[in-house]
Structures are given as C-alpha cells and as structure tokens.
Design a binder for this molecule. Structure first.
Ligand code: SRM
Ligand code: SF4
Length: 618
C-alpha cells in the first residue's frame, strides 16, 4: 500500500489499514487538525512561501563575491553559493546530469548489460540501484518503505522479485526497509518497474537524499502510543517524492517519527527526530517569528530533536521547540531545505546537518527554518511536557496485546534481517490468512505481524518456528543487528552478518539472560548498524595476528537510544573475531554475577570506568 500525502485521502485498504475518515463520511478530529495545519500554510502562500518554493533541481547563481562585483571578469558559477571550483565531484556529477534524469542511462546499461562508471554508479543510486563492486559484481536494490508498512501482497511480490531478479533473499535494514541484491545489469529497469507495480518506490533511497522515513513500528495498534505516526511518515514521504529540490541535498538526511509506542524507533540517531509528548494543560509558547505568545492547547505535540549521526558519535538533541503534529511535514521540509541551501558542498565528511548546526548554532538554524514557514513555530521548554512512556526493551520480539481488544502483534526474530523468498511468502501468507494482511518492518532488522486474533496466536507462533524463524524475547539472537558486511559492502572489514549469527548461536547456549540485550555489528566506522547505541557494539577492523591480517572488532559497551540514550564507550580495541565470543561470554557472566538487582547490562557497564571494565572482562 502506498499512503497518500494527507490523512484526508487515506482509505481503508483490503489489508485492514485503519480508515481515518469517520463512518459518517465527515472528517475526524485528527483529519481536521491535520487539514487546519495544511491549509494554514497554503492560505499564507501569497504572503510568504509555505515551506520554501525552490524551483528546479538546484540553484545556480552568479552572485557577486564579497566586496562587490568584479566587472572585469565573469563571476564564477556557484552551486548553492559555493564556487564551482570548490564543490565535490558528486556536485559536479549532479550538475552534469542529475540522478533523477538518468533514466536513459539506465535503459542503455540494461540494454547493453553493462556496469556503470563511478559517476553513473552515483546517479543510479537516485533510483535505489546500488552497484556494489568490488564486494559483488551486481546491483543491490534498496526500496523505500515509509513507516516500515507493507501489505502481505507487497511482501510476496518482493519475494518474487528476489527470485526473478536477485539472489532469492532480502535483507531488512536498520531503517525499517528492504534490500534485494544480486541483480544483473540487464534487469536494472525491470526491477524498478516491478517495484512500482507493487505500489512501492526506490527513488531517493541512496546518496544525497532523504532516506526512508521511519515511524514507530507499532503505530496504530500500540496500547501505550500517544499518536499514530504513520500519516506523518507517509505524508513526508510523498512530499519529498513530489518536490524535486528535496533531491538536491549536499548529503543524506534521516527523519524519524516517534509516537511513544512500545518499540523504540531509534529516532535520536536521525537528523530530525519528531518525538511525541503531551501537554496536560493549555500552555503558551514563544513564537520563533516575533517573540509573541503562541497558545498551546492541551494535547499531543512533537518535540523536535536535531543532528543525530551515530557514526560521528552524536545523538540528536532537543531543539527547544514544540510543534503540532499537523505542522511536522512542513517543518521537516523547511529544515531539509535550509540544509539543502546551506549545507557544505565542499567536503562530504562535513556535509551533514550536524556540521551546519555546529557552524551556525541551533538558534540560527531555527530562524532560517521559521523564515520558510507560514505559521509561527513555538519555543517551549521540554521540562514542561509530559514525556511519552518508555519503550519496552525488546518490544519488537514476541507476542504483545494491541489496543484493539482481542488482537495481538507478534514480533518475529529475523536473524540479522535476512529472509529467504520462501520465508517472505510464508510470513505474507500468515499475515493474510490469520490476521489482516499487514506487516511492519522495524529498525531492529525484524518484522511484526499485527492484528492476530487471540484464537490464532499460538498457531501463528508455531508456523513462524516452522518457517525457520522464532519469537523468543530473551534470546541473544533477538537483539542482534548487523550491517551488510563484507559479503556485500566494499567498506566492510568483516563478515558482520556471518559473525553475528555465529555469536548469537554460541552465546545463546553459553549464557542464560533474564533481560534482553542488543549486540550491534558494523563492518566499518560508518556505523550503519549503529554500534555506538548497542548494549554491546562491535566495529569491524582488520587486526594483525601472528603476522596475518585477520577479521576483528573494536568493542564498544553501554550504548543506548530512546529512554536510555548514550553513545557507548570503546572498551577493547582490535580483538580478533575468534576471541570475541569468549570475551563477551565473560562480560555477560561477570555482569550476571555482580549486577545490582534489576540492573541492565548497559547500566552495569555505565557505572564502571573503562579500566574497571577492561579488568573485569579480560
Ligand atoms: Fe549505511 C553507506 C548500508 C543505514 C551510515 N550504507 C552505506 C552503503 C551504501 C555503502 C556504500 O556507500 O557503498 C551500504 C550499502 C551496503 C549494501 O550493499 O547493502 C550501507 N546503511 C546500510 C544498511 C543497508 C545497513 C543494514 O544492513 O541495515 C542500512 C540501510 C538503511 C536504509 O534502508 O536506508 C544503512 N547507514 C545506515 C545508518 C542508520 C540509519 O540511517 O538510520 C547510518 C548511520 C546514521 C547516519 O545517518 O549516519 C548509516 N552508511 C552510513 C554512512 C556514513 C554517513 C556519514 O555521514 O557518516 C555511509 C557512507 C556514506 O554515506 O558515504 C553509509
Ligand atoms: Fe558497509 Fe560500513 Fe555500512 Fe557496514 S557500516 S554496510 S561495512 S558502509
């Protein structure tokens, strides 16, 4: 199912997605609020742009240099204000032929069965097609699955695509998304067309774009959520797809919507995290626009957290503003536009939102955002908001009751996110036959089957196990997250997925835990599997052992997101993989023996210093 841009247009689907229009056909309160925000922006349009109107793909200006124009020489062309002689090669590739305009190149490569050069490799990623040599001489397709929401028909369609064009498997990613790999150049166009026939797209899933928009995986059926975040994730997804300037960023951009449900959305690792909170009484905020008072009736709002970038060891922090959920798409679009117009185009390492905000400060960034909005954004202290409830540790694994009476969701453990096409079809059948045909992918590289009636729950559990998967919450395998690793990614120093599975198997036998634990493995410092926020994080490195170079890991401990945010500390450096399992086993046994009552592994490691941890676990 693709969700339309506004809740007002969302209809019930055969998959049981809840209908947002009331049974009388009138708008629900939620719709009215959403539309009020939307129309407020449109109504102001002639006076001030709604969320910035930037025509075309990029702005090429010939502004005079500081100190006035040099009339004797033509001014150097610029890209978003950066002289062309200073921009990165990727900016030049975009200027020569933007990725969105590379369809003919795709046709040409498919016809000739040929692989792209470096510039076209970059361009093809605008279509979700990643040429992944030298790790593999083939393409990987990365979809976009807003809010991780799939229908059973889409999941089985993706299984068929994996069989017809790929290697018969798919991987769930850390952005609640799916990747299929092993695609030959001959199938480049067919694979994109087939994906679209399933009502999905891959547009903008790579390179300098806003990546898959994530939302709370249990949105819409979670007993503890403050708000169903799906409409906002879908609306932003469609807003981006339909605004070309949002495909012209200096670098990638991540947005997540956290509705306060029982599964942590990992929103604080995103460039923008919208975090639901509540005002229990009417309050007043201060307008960013002119300092006037902004009335804030009681209800649910989003706090806005900015600049998470876990590979750079930074979690997002609160920007001091409170926005109505109906304003979130406009605010996100305005912020992305500020980033697009002012982000660094000269150095890819500094071309993320964090570095713009480091340079400017949050206040200026917010003022620039405000200038692109027709409504005032309210400053409001976080302490005066009622925080959402904490997520349940490993709420993504096992059976949980929904807010709908007699319904349950089952969190299925998908080891390191890898599914065979057979398993995909089986899961799709289970969702369609025993529930309402919905599937939710999570950022924990697993999936949920929602809406299972009480009477079918045990059957579905049994069938999941028969499909070679499981749903056990305290098993270590339930908390494994691993990036693609050296079987598919050229940056990887290690076989992260293979090592994760091996570790899960041996540690599950060796240690009996009564509290869930996460182990995140990334193959390089890019941190695609967020090793800095795992209870245990492993970052792949080459290690020299007895004169040989072997695969090993730096060991990071005590990270966390959501209710227990912390960037983990590196405790051990360059440990060969064969020593990792005994080391982690020791660490977990020491923790079990010396912890305080009820203490989690992360809390235990956080109350010791690095030297103490090294001494205890060595
Ligand atoms: Fe990532 C690059 C895989 C989530 C930080 N990431 C890559 C590439 C495309 C390698 C490359 O440049 O050729 C990897 C493709 C491997 C392959 O063939 O499968 C890759 N990243 C992944 C996925 C598949 C890991 C996974 O197994 O789940 C995740 C796909 C998410 C999605 O569906 O969109 C994935 N990557 C992340 C995350 C987490 C997130 O987005 O929530 C991060 C950390 C957060 C962040 O924004 O930095 C992440 N990936 C990176 C970076 C470092 C970016 C930086 O500015 O520091 C790179 C390198 C780059 O962009 O140049 C990178
Ligand atoms: Fe590749 Fe590194 Fe990302 Fe792993 S963390 S997928 S090795 S870029």
């Amino acid at each position: 199912m693709t969700a339309p841009a506004t809740p007002a247009l969302r209809n019930a689907s055969s998959t049981g997605t809840p209908e947002l229009r009331s049974s009388s056909g009138a708008f629900t309160d939620e719709q009215k609020e959403y539309l009020a925000g939307w129309l407020a922006g449109v109504a102001h349009r002639p006076v001030q742009p709604y969320v910035g109107e930037v025509p075309g793909t990029r702005q090429l200006t010939s502004e005079p240099a500081l100190g006035g124009p040099n009339l004797s020489a033509p001014a150097e062309e610029t890209i978003h204000g950066t002289p062309i002689s200073e921009v990165t090669k990727q900016e030049l590739w975009k200027r020569e032929l933007h990725g969105l305009d590379a369809w003919d190149r795709l046709l040409e490569h498919a016809d000739a069965g040929k692989f792209p050069d470096e510039a076209d490799t970059f361009r093809f990623r605008y279509h979700g097609l990643f040429y992944v040599a030298p790790a593999q001489n083939s393409f990987m397709l990365r979809c976009r699955i807003p809010a991780g929401e799939l229908t059973a028909a889409q999941l089985s369609g993706l299984a068929q695509m994996a069989d017809d064009f790929g290697d018969g498997k798919a991987a769930i990613t850390t952005r609640s998304n799916l990747q299929i790999r092993g695609i030959a150049p001959q199938n480049l166009v067919q694979v994109v067309v087939r994906l679209q026939s399933l009502g999905l797209t891959a547009r903008g899933s790579g390179v300098d774009n806003v990546r898959n928009i994530t939302a709370s995986p249990t949105a819409g059926f979670d007993p503890q959520e403050l708000i169903d975040t799906r409409p906002f994730a879908h609306a932003l997804h469609h807003y981006i797809l339909n605004h070309r300037d949002l495909f012209d960023l200096p670098r990638k951009f991540n947005v997540a919507f956290e509705g306060g449900g029982s599964i942590d959305t990992v929103a604080d690792t995103n460039d923008i995290g919208f975090m639901a909170v509540q005002l229990t009484t009417p309050c007043q905020g201060v307008s960013l626009k002119d300092g006037s008072t902004v009335p804030l009736p009681s209800g649910v709002y989003f706090r806005v957290e900015l600049c998470g970038i876990s590979g750079h060891r930074q979690l997002a922090s609160d920007a001091g503003i409170l926005i109505k959920p109906a304003e979130s798409v406009a605010v996100a679009a305005a912020m992305i536009r500020v980033f697009g117009q002012h982000g660094d185009r000269t150095d890819r390492k500094k071309a993320r939102l964090k570095y713009l905000v480091d340079r400017w400060g949050v206040e200026r960034f917010l003022q620039e955002t405000q200038q692109r909005l027709a409504f005032p954004v309210a400053k409001f202290p976080r302490e005066q908001c009622q925080e959402r409830q904490s997520a349940i540790r490993h709420g993504h694994v096992g059976a949980f009751r929904q807010k709908q009476a007699g319904r349950n969701y089952l969190g299925v453990v998908v080891p390191v996110g890898m599914l065979t096409s057979r398993q995909m079809r089986r899961l799709a059948e289970l969702a369609a036959n025993y529930a309402t045909g919905q599937i939710r992918l999570t950022p924990w590289q697993n999936l949920l089957i929602p809406d299972i009636p009480d009477g079918f729950l045990e059957t579905v559990k049994r069938q999941v196990v028969r499909a070679g998967l499981h749903h056990s919450a305290t098993a270590i395998t339930g908390g494994l997250v691993a990036c693609t690793g050296n079987k598919g990614c050229k940056w990887a120093a290690t076989d992260t997925k293979g090592h994760a599975v091996a570790l899960g198997r041996t540690l599950d036998k060796a240690v009996s835990l009564d509290q869930p634990i996460n182990i995140h493995l990334t193959g390089c410092p890019n941190s695609c599997a967020q090793h800095y926020v795992g209870d245990i994080g492993l970052q792949g490195v080459k290690v020299s052992a007895g004169g040989d170079s072997v695969e090993g890991y730096h060991v990071v401990l005590g990270g966390g997101t959501g209710p227990f945010p912390q960037v983990g500390r590196q405790i051990f450096t360059g440990i060969p993989f064969e020593q990792i399992q005994p080391l982690l086993e020791r660490a977990l046994q020491v923790y079990l023996a010396r912890r305080q009552p009820g203490e989690s592994f992360a809390a235990f490691t956080r109350r010791h210093d690095v030297a103490q941890l090294q001494e205890m676990f060595s």
